[in-house]
Every structure is written in structure tokens, then in C-alpha cells.
Write a protein that binds this ligand. Structure first.
Ligand code: PLP
Length: 423
């Protein structure tokens, strides 16, 4: 067969882009070669609808072992009592949980997308806001912090069947205990979507949702540093305290409902090559080196936040407890869209982001979201964060000065070329 030089030369080009640039997109990371190898393996050839030992296809003995290892390692990593590693993505994981626990039209309560929440937590452009009746909580205008007492008040008022916590752009920790008390009081299911800080939670750098939340979902490709994908876990074995039923009316264990909401509820065959890569990544995350990595991610985020503040940038909530920060650019007279574009010109990749109470549209925005998971994997430490803040500020100030932008890009490329992609 003729080699597809068109696609492979584009892949080589993308590798070069990743190598030369500073990657600050908070939801991205670099996987190891062995995670990559597992993904690019013969397991992609295998159909395996069902669960280990309960498949609808023959020849699943080997993939059963792979999937069982992924489940066991994930449970060990988080101290979970049950896990499903099949969701193709974070959005799929959330869709399956909602399918298992809710009926169309049920009230749900999530973190407002425009304050840092995620689409799948009730946004009206997403299935979660179309099928269910969404209500939202947000951050306080002055502090940029979530006031958990206000969530309690709203929950008492709207009586959601599900409370969702977790975010895409919130730099502070969560009070899962208070949310669980409220969930118990009103008979709601508490879901924590830990897609962003999962790796930091696994290493106990942040509060542990598995102690309090009924169900936990996550992506596997952000701080967890695995392949793109999703997972669902349960912290404690709840024997269906909510009386959730199957379509035939039988009351089942919540774990069984969640399994069948993934397949056949929302997906077909699981991606066993990706599940193998998840197993490799969970194995890596159980090593002591990963603990050091997650600590460095937080130290780098705090150093970057401090360096940005020193340059006169405003950070929502004034700092960070995790791997990311949301910068409010309104005092700098530049939009998120303009800043993203000019930083792209100097090979610093970021994403524009709405800030709470933003007056710009989601396509323009007044903010930037910065994260340190990827640069930390490349090997950068606190010492580099001042340099990165200088480049960001320099590029934004010199947005119409091509000579200055070229100079910054050369410096960025020189530094990053000396840090290999993750081995
Ligand atoms: N949940 C949260 C909190 C996220 O930040 C994201 C992705 O950014 C998702 C879910 C969706 O993940 P995916 O893109 O894998 O569907």
C-alpha cells in the first residue's frame, strides 16, 4: 500500500509545532511514548461490546485483561470502589451519568459556563441543557470565588435531582462536604466532574471528591496525562439509595445502571487501544515521579500567576490552587481573541476565555486561560515562569511590532527546542 505522505508530513509538522512552542492550554498535556504506543497498537482492530467476561464478541480474552488492568489501576489511583473506563470522552462520561440518573425534564444544578463551568453541565446548546432543566450557580463578582452557601440556597429552592460540581476554568478548590450535605438534605445525586484537576486530586493536593460525591467523572488527557478519553468512578458503594430504575422498572445498583448507560446507553464498542493507553497512563500516575510532577504543576501555576500579577495582570480570584488561572484582560485594553492571536504568533499557545460577568461574546472574550500541566511535562520549572510572563506581556504590548514579535518567537523556540517531548 502506498504510504500516505500527505497525512504523515502533516503529523511531522504538528510534532514540530508542539516541540517548538510553549503550550499553556490548560486542558492539554503531552503523553509518554508508551501511552502513544498503546494507542497506536493492534487493539484498535478489536470489537469488544460489553464488559470484561461479559462481551457480545468472541476473541476478547486479551482485551478483557487489558480493560481489567485499566479498571484496577484507576481504582487504586483514586481509592474508588467501582470504575468504568470505556467513555470515549469527558462529554460521553457525563452523558452516560445523566442517562443513568435522570429523566428528561429533571432539574439539574451546575456551574455556569460563562463563569468557568463546562458545556455538559447544563448549557442550553448541549444535550444536558436540552434534555434536562438546567439551573446554575456562579462566582461572586468581587472575589471571583464560589460562595458555597449560595449553592445550598439555590439547591433548596430548585430541588435539583442532580448537583454537578467541577469546572473548566476555576482555579480554586471545591467544598464537596457541604455539597454532599445539601444533596442528602434534598435527595439529590452529587456528581463531581474532575476532568481538569484529576491528577492533582489523585495525589491529594486538593480536596478529595471520592469521600463525598456519589459519582465522579473525568477526562484522562488533562492533568492525568493519558490518552484522550473519559472515565466514571464511584467513591463509595451506594446500593442505589435513590431507587433509580431500569426502563423495565427494576431497581438496580447504581454501578450497574452506570455501566449500561455507557454501553448500550450512549456508546457502541469500546476503544480498547485507548483503554490500553489509559491503563499505561494510570500505571505511570501510580509511580512516585508522577507525584513530583503534580506538585511541580501547582508550583509552576503559582509562580506563573505571581509573575503575571507582577506585570499588572488581574487574575480571577487573585491566584490559583490548581494547574490553571483565568486572566482578566480588561485593564490591558486587549480582548481574549486578540491576545490569543498575538501569542500564537510567538508560538505560545493559549485559549481565549470568558471571564465571569464578561461583556464580550464567547468568540471575542475578555480573558485568557493559562495552565501549566503541559509545560511541566516538558520539564519547565518555577524559574521559567518569569520568562514566560515576560514573553506574554511583551507580545501583547508589541502586538503591531513584527520585529519584536519575531525576536520573542526566536527566544521561545530556542528554549523549548532544548526540552524534549515527554519520553
Ligand atoms: N468536563 C470538563 C470539566 C471539561 O473541562 C471537559 C473538557 O474540556 C469535558 C468535560 C469534556 O471532555 P471531552 O472534550 O473529552 O469531551
Amino acid at each position: 500500500m502506498q504510504a500516505d505522505s500527505t497525512i504523515f508530513s502533516l503529523i511531522a509538522k504538528e510534532k514540530e509545532r508542539q516541540l517548538k512552542g510553549v503550550e499553556l492550554i490548560a486542558s492539554e498535556n503531552f503523553v509518554s511514548q508508551q501511552v502513544m504506543d498503546a494507542m497506536g497498537s493492534v487493539l484498535t482492530n478489536k470489537y469488544a461490546e460489553g464488559l470484561p467476561a461479559k462481551r457480545y464478541y468472541g476473541g476478547c480474552e486479551v482485551v478483557d485483561e487489558v480493560e481489567n488492568l485499566a479498571i484496577d489501576r484507576l481504582k487504586e489511583l483514586f481509592g474508588a470502589t467501582w470504575a468504568n473506563v470505556q467513555p470515549h470522552s469527558g462529554a460521553q462520561a457525563n452523558a452516560a451519568v445523566m442517562l443513568a440518573c435522570l429523566n428528561p425534564g429533571d432539574n439539574i444544578l451546575g456551574f455556569d459556563l460563562s463563569h468557568g463551568g463546562h458545556l455538559t453541565h447544563g448549557s442550553t446548546v448541549n444535550f444536558s441543557g436540552k434534555l434536562y432543566k438546567p439551573h446554575f450557580y456562579g462566582v461572586e463578582k468581587e472575589s471571583g470565588l464560589i460562595d458555597f452557601n449560595k449553592i445550598v440556597d439555590t439547591a433548596r429552592k430548585v430541588k435539583p435531582k442532580m448537583i454537578i460540581c467541577g469546572a473548566s476554568a476555576y482555579s480554586r478548590d471545591w467544598d464537596y462536604k457541604t455539597l454532599r450535605e445539601t444533596a442528602d438534605e434534598i435527595g439529590a445525586i452529587l456528581l463531581a466532574d474532575i476532568s481538569h484537576p484529576a491528577g492533582l486530586i489523585a495525589n491529594k493536593h486538593l480536596n478529595d471528591p471520592l469521600e463525598y460525591c456519589h459519582i465522579i467523572t473525568s477526562t484522562t488527557h488533562k492533568t492525568l496525562r493519558g490518552p484522550r478519553g473519559g472515565i466514571i468512578m464511584m467513591g463509595k458503594n451506594f446500593d442505589n439509595p435513590f431507587g433509580l430504575t431500569t426502563p423495565k422498572g427494576t431497581i438496580k445498583k447504581m454501578s450497574a445502571l452506570l455501566d449500561s448507560a455507557v454501553f448500550p446507553g450512549t456508546q457502541g464498542g469500546p476503544l480498547e487501544h485507548v483503554i490500553a493507553a489509559k491503563a499505561v497512563a494510570f500505571g505511570e500516575a501510580l509511580q512516585p515521579e508522577y507525584k513530583a510532577y503534580t506538585q511541580q504543576v501547582i508550583s509552576n501555576a503559582q509562580a506563573l500567576a505571581k509573575a503575571m500579577v507582577a506585570k499588572g495582570y488581574e487574575i480571577i480570584s487573585k491566584g490559583t490552587d490548581n494547574h490553571l488561572m483565568l486572566i482578566d484582560l480588561r485593564n490591558k485594553n486587549v480582548t481574549g481573541k486578540e491576545a490569543e492571536a498575538v501569542l500564537g504568533e510567538v508560538d505560545i499557545t493559549v485559549n481565549k476565555n470568558m471571564v465571569p460577568f464578561d461583556t464580550q461574546s464567547p468568540f471575542v472574550t475578555s480573558g485568557l486561560r493559562l495552565g501549566t500541566a503541559a509545560v511541566t511535562t516538558r520539564g519547565l520549572t518555577e524559574n521559567h515562569m518569569d520568562q514566560i510572563a515576560n514573553w506574554i506581556d511583551g507580545a501583547i504590548l508589541a502586538k503591531d511590532d513584527n520585529n519584536e514579535l519575531n525576536k520573542i518567537r526566536t527566544e521561545v523556540n530556542e528554549l523549548m527546542s532544548s526540552f524534549p517531548l515527554f519520553k
